[in-house]
Ligand binder design. Structure first.
Ligand code: ZN
Length: 443
């Protein structure tokens, strides 16, 4: 099995440019948990991956929930008596509270104020607010602009519709050598917010594109990879309701989010806490040479909440950089294209691939010569090691570990953990020993 190596697809500089261009296209779209913004987002992804778009009608029961009415918006503004738009949806879609019902009326500043949301501590940023599952409306604006509004008669218009329609989500299965699956999920329901939703979407889409290219070139992965691009909470719940029968196939999963800020990588463990994905993520981050943090499961956050609910208890963790609510730009207009760095996205995608590279190659071997150490020199192994590049000086030790632990019970990840050596070194040692007929693959 070939290692997962992204540079097979694009050079690093091209990857950064790809991410920059994709984010710039997706950023202006007004997404919500339903509506045309989600469809437009999925259609852009379909240009590079053959995503299947599912439409689930409003009113459909999904587990304990019901698919809501579909929300769409064309325009919204607050005009002063001189006809100037003092709040304008066309300038930023964050200005309107998501799922606002239609409004057209004249109001005094005192009447309007309870419907305005701002952040007194961050007066230059527009907050992101939504009003799902209750009929309400409102506007969001910079606190300094709210403070500057004067007594006047304002024309308040929200040209939106909330009606029977459907919830849209995108799904793609990239078949592997087995039908055991990996689930990768990203939410697609935030409007002009970049780190929170667009980074998970773009990392997921590029990972899918890479796996498709490999499969087309005759190198499918060991696992089949299922990619899900769905609105947070209700999208994951809808998918789970429709796919309950095949959840058992999913052996490993990751929720992808917040992958482009300059903070260190965080991994949040699955509810199980010691699933293979949890161990692989910990191992990769420990050997990444960069600062990182691994957090325990918490039933709060993104769609790991649904996947790790007790009735499913899936082995799904969450990969991110700075966790939500821990950076001031979170859910504000400060989470914009300038806040996200393409090089950090490449770094996050590379770590994601490294985690799955471990899981792809985490197999057990049997030492065929287990009584004392085999004579390695006679088999030309030292010569083969000497031919290897510098920086792989742990190869001999890796080989001794693989031979010692390959009693049929320990997988390569078990061996990497116990030896504290990098998985890649253990994997390469195993490949060499297998070539020499000293070990045999079991699973
Ligand atoms: Zn969010």
């Amino acid at each position: 099995m070939r290692p997962l190596d992204l540079t097979e697809l694009l050079a690093i500089g091209d990857l950064e440019a790809h991410f920059g261009a994709l984010l710039a296209r997706l950023y202006p779209i007004c997404r919500s948990i339903t509506g045309d913004g989600v469809r437009e987002t999925l259609a852009i992804l379909q240009e590079s991956i053959p995503l299947e778009v599912h439409e689930v009608p409003s009113g459909t029961p999904v587990l304990d929930w019901v698919v809501p009415k579909e929300w769409n918006i064309r325009d919204a503004y607050v005009k002063n008596s001189r006809g100037e738009r003092v709040i304008d949806f066309k300038k930023s879609n964050l200005h309107v509270v998501g799922y606002s019902v239609a409004v057209s009326r004249r109001m005094s500043l005192a009447e309007l104020k309870p419907k305005l949301h701002s952040l007194p501590n961050q007066p230059k940023w527009i907050p992101f607010r939504s009003s799902f599952y209750r009929d309400d409306w409102g506007f969001c604006l910079e606190h300094e602009r709210l403070e500057a509004l004067v007594d006047d008669e304002y024309e308040v218009v929200i040209d939106s519709t909330l009606s029977d329609g459907s919830l849209s989500y995108g799904e793609l299965l990239v078949p592997g050598a087995t039908d055991e699956e990996v689930l990768l999920s990203a939410h697609v329901c935030h409007p002009s917010l970049c780190n929170d939703n667009l980074t998970g979407i773009s990392v997921g889409a590029l990972f899918a594109r890479y796996l498709l290219a490999r499969a087309r070139a005759g190198h499918p992965a060991r696992y089949s990879y299922r990619f899900l691009f769905a609105p947070v909470t209700i999208g994951a719940i809808t998918w789970l309701a429709r796919n309950e029968h095949q959840v058992a196939r999913i052996k490993h999963g990751l929720v992808l989010t917040l992958l482009g800020d300059s903070g260190m990588t965080h991994y949040k463990r699955s509810r199980r806490g010691n699933a293979a994905i949890d161990r692989a993520a910990q191992h990769v981050l420990e050997h990444s040479g960069a600062p990182f943090k691994v957090d325990d499961f918490l039933p709060y956050g993104y769609d790991e909440r649904q996947f790790c609910s007790p009735g499913f208890d899936m082995p799904v963790g969450c990969l991110m950089r700075t966790p939500f609510q821990q950076f001031p730009e979170y859910h504000t207009s400060g989470d914009n294209l300038d806040f996200v760095r393409p090089d950090k996205l490449v770094d996050s995608l590379t770590k994601c691939l490294s985690i799955f590279d471990v899981l792809e190659h985490d197999v057990r071997y049997l030492n065929l010569n287990p009584k004392a150490e085999p004579q390695l020199g006679r088999r030309g192994i030292y010569r083969a090691l000497a031919d290897r590049k510098a920086g792989e000086e742990s190869s001999e030790l890796s080989m001794l570990w693989v031979l010692n632990q390959s009693d049929g019970h320990h997988s390569l990840l078990d061996i990497a953990e116990r030896s504290k050596l990098k998985f890649e070194s253990i994997r390469k040692a195993a490949a060499l020993l297998e070539e020499c007929g000293l070990i045999r693959r079991l699973s």
